[in-house]
Ligand binder design. Structure first.
Ligand SMILES: NC(=O)c1ccc[n+]([C@@H]2O[C@H](COP(=O)([O-])OP(=O)(O)OC[C@H]3O[C@@H](n4cnc5c(N)ncnc54)[C@H](O)[C@@H]3O)[C@@H](O)[C@H]2O)c1
Length: 271
């Protein structure tokens, strides 16, 4: 199936986990993919995996917490690949602490990576998505095709999650972003939607005991989280990638402003 033939996409946080699986899925459906990650080695690995499977991808190491970097990434994408049709705002990180132990540094870092990257990347994309669509509307009376923005929120923003105030504040803002941009950009046939994953096996949810310190959750919490999933297993990055792919494809042209929980039927909030 080639639902995305001829489309150009940027996927942020695509060096690992959900972002990597999404970049691979979009490329497998025909999109040219710009793989954005602040970590060079995993970003290039994703590009190599896509190329090895016969797809087309390039890497961008932009840290879009900085708007100038986001602008540069988007401009380089359009220069190299001719246009921009799809942005998957997926970069994210956790730094869990109970609320009373939070400080500005932990708050700002998590808000920056989960929310500001999405704000900056989407803002930088506007001249190539909104303005191009507006020109089509003015010159031809209609927009040629739907362009797509998606975001990775989290089910934790819907349920709340102890120890994740900074993260849930950012992911809740992503849901609000989705609703507002859907209303602003709908006239230009830009669909804006989000995926809210539940517990997915990635670096973010690895057992803290075997992790690299900054990432992961206690092993006992992992067991508890998985026991609350109706389908009886943790999510895989591909489970989330499939939904991003649907939301950026023509199959979802009449869906906008929604956040789809992809949790395997999970009760309670994790991730
Ligand atoms: N794993 C889960 O259970 C889960 C649940 C809900 C939501 N999410 C969300 O899914 C998204 C992907 O997370 P994951 O679980 O695949 O984690 P991950 O750590 O495996 O991947 C995240 C990637 O984002 C990159 N990144 C960090 N800061 C960045 C920046 N400023 N710019 C670009 N890339 C950056 C990291 O280097 C990493 O490669 C995140 O937004 C996360 O919050 C994950």
């Amino acid at each position: 199936m080639s639902r995305l033939e001829g489309k150009v996409a940027i996927v942020t946080g695509a060096g690992r986990g959900i972002g990597r699986a999404t970049a691979q899925k979009l490329a497998s459906e025909g999109a040219v993919v710009v793989v954005n990650d602040v970590d060079s080695e995993p970003a290039h690995e994703t590009v190599d995996l896509i190329k090895a499977a016969g797809g087309t991808a390039t890497a961008s190491l932009a840290n879009t917490v900085d708007f100038a970097a986001a602008k540069e990434m988007v401009e380089a994408t359009v220069k190299e690949h001719g246009k921009l049709d799809i942005v998957v705002n997926n970069a994210g990180i956790t730094r869990d602490k109970t609320f009373h132990n939070l400080d500005d540094e932990l708050f700002d870092f998590v808000l920056d990576v989960n929310l500001k990257t999405a704000f900056h990347t989407t803002l930088a994309a506007m001249p190539y998505m909104r303005e191009v669509a507006k020109k089509e509307l003015q010159e031809k009376g209609e927009v040629s095709y739907h362009r797509k923005l998606t975001f990775t929120s989290s089910v934790a923003a819907l349920t709340g999650n102890p120890g994740q105030y900074n993260y849930t504040a950012a992911k809740g803002a992503i849901i609000a972003t989705t609703k507002t941009l859907a209303r602003e950009l709908g006239a230009f046939r830009i669909n804006v939607n989000a995926v809210a994953p539940g517990f997915v096996d990635t670096r973010l949810t690895q057992a803290k005991e075997s992790g690299d310190g900054d990432f992961g959750i206690p092993d006992a919490m992992r067991g508890l989280a998985i026991s609350m999933i109706a389908v009886g297993r943790a999510g895989k990055p591909e489970d989330i990638a499939n939904v991003h792919a649907f939301l950026v494809s023509p199959d979802s042209d009449f869906i906008s402003g929604v956040t789809i929980p992809v949790t395997g039927g999970q009760f309670g909030g994790m991730g």
